[in-house]
Write a protein that binds this ligand. Structure first.
Ligand SMILES: *Cc1c(COP(=O)(O)O)cnc(C)c1O
Length: 374
C-alpha cells in the first residue's frame, strides 16, 4: 500500500473514502507482465546522448478509481496519447535520470537508485501526480535492465542511462489534478553527455535569466524547468559559451551550471580551505552526485565542506586574490565537470583548473570506483 489518500479523497464520504483506499493498492514487481521484443535492434557503437534506445520499456498505468495497474515490460515503442493529454498542455509531468554501470567484475550496478526514487516521489507530489511505491518501482527497473543488459557497454566512459518518467494523461483541457497518469521507464545509450571529454566548460553568467525561484519547482525534475531555460542556453551558445551559469537575486548568487550542481574549492574569506556548494533552499536541484560528493569529502576530513551561499562578488575577489582552486559542476550524466572560464559583465574570468592532482579529478576517480566496484 503506497498511495496516501489525496486531499480530494478526503472530501468524499467515508464509505467512498474506504473504497478509494482499498483500491489504491500499489503495483507489485512480482506481477510484472513481460512481452519480449521479437526484433532486437543493432547496438551502434558511439552515439550522442539520448538518441539510441534499448529494445524494451516499462509502463504502468494509473487512474484515480482503480489505482495502479499491473506493470508491463514490453517492446520499446510509441505511446498513444489523447491530444488533450494534460502533460502535453500544462507540463504535468516529471522525470528522473540515473545510470547503470558495468563493473570490472562484469556485474551491473545502479548508483544509489533509491535516492532517485525518493526524489521522483517528491516531484510527483509537487506535480499533483499519484504517489507510487518506490522500492517496487526500483525492482521493476531492475528487471527491465536485466532484460536489456546486453545494452550496458563494457567501457568505463560510457554506460546505460535510465529515464523514469511520470506524465498526466488526463484527456481534458481543464487545469486540474490528473485522474489518469502513466509511469514509464526507457533506457538509452549514454555516450558522453558533453562532447568535451577532458575539456573544461565555458559558462555564460547573466542575471537576466532565472532558472528557478523560491517557491517554484526548480528543486524538482519537471520538464518545464528545462524547456523553459533552453532559450538562455542558446544565448550562451551565441556568446561562444557551452552552458549557462545560473545566478539568483540582487547579489548574483551562484546556483547551478546548466543542469549540474556547482562546487567551489577555494580558500574562503577566513583563510580556510573549503569545498562549498549552495544549500538546498528550494532553487537547487538536490543532486545525488552533489549529496555523494558532500558525504565523501566530509569523510576525508581534510578541509572544510559545507553548504553555503556563494556570490559572483565572492568568486571574483577570490579569483583576484588567487584564493580560488577550482570550480566544477556535478551530475549523473557528466559526473564531474571542471569549469574553465566564465563570461560575466562583459569580461571573461579565467579559472584555474585541469590539473591532474585537482580535487575534481580525485572525486571523479573515487565516484567511478564506487560505481564500477560497489
Ligand atoms: C539532474 C540535475 C542535477 C544533477 O542531479 P544528479 O542526481 O546528480 O544527476 C543538477 N541540476 C539539475 C538542474 C538537474 O536537473
Amino acid at each position: 500500500l503506497s498511495d496516501a489518500p489525496s486531499a480530494e479523497a478526503d472530501q468524499h464520504s467515508s464509505r467512498q473514502k474506504l473504497f478509494i483506499c482499498s483500491s489504491f493498492l500499489s503495483y507489485q514487481a512480482a506481477d510484472l507482465i513481460i512481452q519480449l521484443s521479437s526484433t532486437p535492434k543493432m547496438k551502434p557503437d558511439v552515439v550522442d546522448f539520448g538518441t539510441v534506445f534499448t529494445d524494451h520499456m516499462l509502463t504502468v498505468e494509473w487512474n484515480a478509481i482503480e489505482g495502479w495497474q499491473t506493470p508491463l515490460i514490453r517492446p520499446f515503442g510509441n505511446l498513444s496519447l489523447h491530444p488533450a493529454c494534460s502533460s502535453l498542455h500544462y507540463g504535468i509531468q516529471l522525470f528522473e535520470g540515473l545510470m547503470v554501470y558495468r563493473g570490472d567484475d562484469n556485474r551491473l550496478r545502479l548508483f544509489r537508485p533509491l535516492m532517485n526514487m525518493s526524489r521522483m516521489a517528491k516531484s510527483a507530489n509537487r506535480a499533483c501526480l499519484p504517489a507510487f511505491d518506490e522500492s517496487e518501482l526500483l525492482e521493476c527497473i531492475r528487471r527491465l535492465v536485466e532484460i536489456d543488459q546486453d545494452w550496458v557497454p563494457c567501457s568505463e566512459s560510457s554506460s546505460l542511462y535510465i529515464r523514469p518518467t511520470l506524465i498526466g494523461t488526463e484527456p481534458s483541457l481543464g487545469v486540474k489534478k490528473p485522474t489518469r497518469a502513466l509511469l514509464y521507464v526507457i533506457l538509452c545509450q549514454a555516450g558522453s553527455y558533453f562532447n568535451t571529454e577532458g575539456k573544461a566548460l565555458s559558462l555564460w553568467a547573466d542575471p537576466k535569466y532565472t532558472r528557478a525561484w523560491k517557491g517554484g519547482t526548480g528543486d524538482c525534475k519537471m520538464g518545464g524547468n528545462y524547456g523553459g531555460t533552453l532559450f538562455a542556453q542558446y544565448e550562451a551558445g551565441s556568446h561562444g559559451c557551452e552552458q549557462v551559469l545560473w545566478l539568483y537575486g540582487e547579489d548574483h548568487q551562484i546556483t547551478e551550471a546548466g543542469t549540474m550542481n556547482i562546487f567551489l574549492h577555494w580558500i574562503n574569506e577566513d583563510g580556510e580551505e573549503e569545498l562549498a556548494t549552495p544549500p538546498l533552499d528550494g532553487i537547487i536541484l538536490p543532486g545525488v552526485t552533489r549529496q555523494s560528493i558532500l558525504e565523501l569529502t566530509k569523510k576525508w576530513d581534510e578541509f572544510k565542506v559545507l553548504e553555503r551561499y556563494l556570490t559572483m562578488k565572492q568568486l571574483c575577489s577570490a579569483l583576484k586574490q588567487q584564493r580560488l582552486k577550482e570550480m566544477f559542476g556535478s551530475g549523473t550524466a557528466c559526473r564531474i565537470c571542471p569549469v574553465g572560464n566564465i563570461m560575466y559583465q562583459g569580461k571573461i574570468l579565467q579559472l584555474p583548473c585541469l590539473e591532474k592532482s585537482s580535487l575534481s579529478s580525485r572525486i571523479a576517480a573515487e565516484l567511478a570506483d564506487i560505481q564500477v566496484s560497489g
